[in-house]
Design a protein around this ligand. Structure first.
Ligand code: NAG
Ligand code: NAG
Ligand code: NAG
Ligand code: NAG
Ligand code: NAG
Length: 321
């Protein structure tokens, strides 16, 4: 867990879990297109002042998050990484102050491996069984969104698990905490699970505006198993393209525990792994009208020492050619 985002674990137990985010919300037509889009986290973006279906009022600080992995663990099943591209992690609704909550509607819990374990999540302690139903990809097929499914299979890749489990996890843990993806927002003609494909389409659209691999490569930062980079350079290149500072996440060994960092007080991590781009959203999140904003709190978990961060090349047989 990164120090950049503080979880409000208590919220999971105290509210929201038995209903939507705003109990009693009407399913009468929410005509968002008739109103001027309001920016999330701005002064007026409050429940009671705006239609929560038309302005994001719950998780108004929106993060499009991406992974850099060098393998998938399921290569033998044909699950490969896209060439010259980072992959999708998700689209997360943080509170405007940078903390967040998760699994906001356990009626829409399709995640077979909930983390944290939502099986103890109901306020009265009643376990909620892990999901044993159809894979979430079946909903996409039911709405005949085959192009979407194809794109997700290529660019939204699971690590050591089938990709659809990552998708189900992202939906149940994060999408249920957006006010604009509440089922009531879809009006009287709501078709069950339509917000699931709507969410996935929104995530993909945000991701398509953020070509991390190309931005870095054009800034002289290409994957290499010989030369390590400085996190300040990585962040500088991306800030020049995105307009604001993204959060750069690293894993692997801590710098002070590597040979290169022996004796150093820098205990940041040394293997580039994640990128989080922060936005506020104008109008409903589905409009994909994001206004870039700086990462809140700590902007990296990587070692800050010059040349301390490895952006590893992928294992060739893990890449789709
Ligand atoms: C929603 O809009 C449709 C189409 O305009 C209309 O037929 C229906 O009566 C409306 N329903 C409600 C609950 O307002
Ligand atoms: C951040 O905002 C949330 C939602 O408004 C609130 O519940 C929480 O207490 C706030 N946290 C801090 C540290 O201000
Ligand atoms: C979650 O908790 C339940 C009941 O306590 C347990 O049976 C299940 O194995 C746990 N799941 C995970 C993923 O840890
Ligand atoms: C490296 O930093 C970590 C975290 O601060 C610390 O626990 C560990 O003892 C340090 N290792 C060395 C070799 O100094
Ligand atoms: C580069 O190094 C990573 C991490 O050790 C490894 O997984 C990958 O296979 C290597 N890639 C190449 C092309 O050697």
């Amino acid at each position: 867990m990164s120090a950049a985002r503080r979880v409000l674990a208590l919220a999971l137990f105290s509210q929201g879990v038995l209903g939507g985010l705003y109990p009693g919300l009407s399913t009468a037509n929410h005509t968002c297109s008739l109103a001027k889009p309001i920016l999330s986290c701005s002064d007026g973006a409050q429940p009671g002042l705006v239609d929560t279906c038309c302005t994001e009022t719950y998780g108004g600080l929106i993060l499009q998050t991406q992974f850099w992995n060098t393998y998938t663990g399921l290569e033998s099943k044909g699950q490969l990484l896209p060439k010259d591209s980072w992959t999708i992690h998700g689209l997360w609704p943080d509170f405007c102050n940078g903390s967040y909550t998760q699994y906001c509607d356990l009626r829409r819990q399709y995640d077979p491996l909930p983390s944290p374990n939502t099986t103890t999540g109901k306020p009265d302690g009643t376990p909620v069984k892990p999901w044993k139903g159809a894979p979430i990809s079946d909903y996409i097929k039911r709405f005949r969104k085959y192009d979407l499914l194809d794109f997700m299979n290529k660019y939204w890749t699971g690590l050591n698990q089938p990709s659809w489990i990552l998708w189900a996890h992202e939906f149940s843990k994060h999408a249920t905490c957006f006010s604009t993806f509440d089922t009531e927002c879809y009006g009287p003609a709501y078709a069950r699970h339509e917000e699931v494909t709507d969410f996935f389409e929104t995530v993909v659209a945000y991701y398509q505006d953020l070509p991390t691999w190309r931005w870095l490569a054009e800034g002289g930062i290409a994957p290499s198993n010989r030369t390590a980079y400085s996190v300040a350079d990585i962040q500088g290149v991306l800030r020049a393209r995105f307009g604001k500072t993204p959060y750069v996440g690293c894993g692997g060994p801590r710098f002070n525990e590597t040979k290169a960092g022996e004796g150093s007080a820098d205990n940041g991590f040394t293997v580039l792994a994640e990128m989080w781009y922060y936005y506020h959203a104008r109008g409903r999140v589905q409009r994909v009208d994001g206004v870039p904003t700086d990462a809140t709190g700590s902007t990296t978990s990587c070692a800050k020492a010059p040349g301390a961060v490895w952006y590893y090349e992928r294992t060739p047989r893990s890449v789709r050619h």
